[in-house]
Design a protein. Structure first.
Length: 343
């Protein structure tokens, strides 16, 4: 446990130092590390404890730079959305959401390669409805994953805020979310003793970074600040993509097998076959249960149930348009395709 705390502490210091000069992202960097120590259901609690301290300390050091217009449109919509996201944690798989977030972050590579002039000029004020939408999405995603970090950096950059305004406004927006989420996580029992200790470790590292950031910012130009921010978004996206993909592949037993013209994908004990030939084109075969058959085809299916030991039903799409059903009938371990029925 001690070695884990030391490792997490060192990682936190590095992550929040990068966060300080890139506009955020420490939480998204720490998610893959926490996956090594904690179950996915308690990670949001740990991150929230740590980032709550970070947000509070940044408000202390940068309170005069808060953009109150963004806060007043962000906060009322983010808090209900955080309740909604946190309440869905037990029914939604956060790994799939993390996978989607990773793709969004990687897509910012286009912003990263922009010229210095475009980075400095590319900003415009958003209307109030967009601010409300951003608040809702931030609250919902944060409620499920425990972090939003760099996800909405692009919004702050596009809005034309200064470095100090980004840090201060993000902090005031996020501290309200963090307090809300902590109440929800504790009420739902989504925490543990280890989660508390790791959360305290992250909190201490976050406070140290918040104190040092005010000395770093004067030496960083706005264009460089944005470029570092976009770089952090893309890098975090790559790390999150790898970690979430590995967990999804493991928990859903995903595998791919290829032979000649056919590729078989196994997913959650289902086999999806992709077959391609120059003559027939692309054919997709998806196993289904008999309950999923249309009523007129169910009648045909029941004709074969007494004659064969086992029948595997496949729904087949040909060239993305033609749809039909195929029965693979087994008797004494011998396969016979007895019918091809169009839906």
């Amino acid at each position: 446990m001690i070695l884990k705390v030391i490792f997490l502490g060192l990682t936190t210091i590095i992550a929040f130092w990068l966060s300080a000069i890139s506009g955020g992202g420490a939480s998204l960097i720490l998610i893959p590390v926490l996956n090594l120590f904690l179950p996915a259901s308690t990670i949001p609690f740990t991150l929230t404890v740590g980032t709550l301290s970070s947000s509070a300390s940044r408000i202390v050091f940068f309170k005069k730079h808060i953009n109150w217009k963004i806060f007043f449109w962000f906060f009322p919509f983010s808090v209900p959305a955080a309740f909604l996201g946190a309440s869905l944690m037990k029914s939604l798989n956060p790994d799939y959401l993390q996978f989607g977030i990773s793709l969004f972050l990687i897509a910012n590579v286009a912003q990263l390669i922009q010229s210095k002039d475009k980075l400095e000029k590319n900003s415009k004020r958003s209307n109030n409805s967009l601010l409300a939408l951003i608040g809702f999405l931030a609250g919902f995603i944060s409620g499920i994953t425990g972090a939003i970090g760099l996800l909405f950096n692009r919004f702050y950059f596009k809005y034309g805020l200064s470095k100090e305004e980004i840090i201060a406004t993000r902090a005031i927006n996020e501290i309200c979310l963090h307090i809300t989420k902590l109440i929800i996580y504790i009420s739902l029992g989504l925490f543990s003793k280890d989660a508390v200790w790791f959360g305290v470790t992250i909190a201490l590292g976050a406070i140290a970074s918040s104190y040092t950031v005010k000395f770093l910012l004067p030496f960083i130009k706005d264009s460089l600040y944005k470029r570092i921010g976009y770089t952090a978004m893309v890098c975090s996206g790559c790390i999150l993509l790898i970690s979430s993909s590995n967990r999804i592949i493991e928990q859903d037993h995903i595998s791919v097998f290829t032979q000649t013209n056919e590729t078989t994908i196994n997913w959650r004990n289902k086999k999806i076959a992709l077959e391609f030939s120059e003559k027939e084109g692309l054919e997709i075969e998806i196993p289904i249960d008999k309950e999923e058959l249309p009523e007129e085809i169910k009648k045909e299916f029941h004709k074969f149930t007494e004659e064969y030991d086992k029948i595997i039903i496949e729904k087949i799409y040909k060239n993305y348009t033609t749809e039909y059903y195929e029965f693979n009938c087994y008797r004494e371990n011998h396969l016979k395709r007895v019918a091809v029925l169009k839906g």
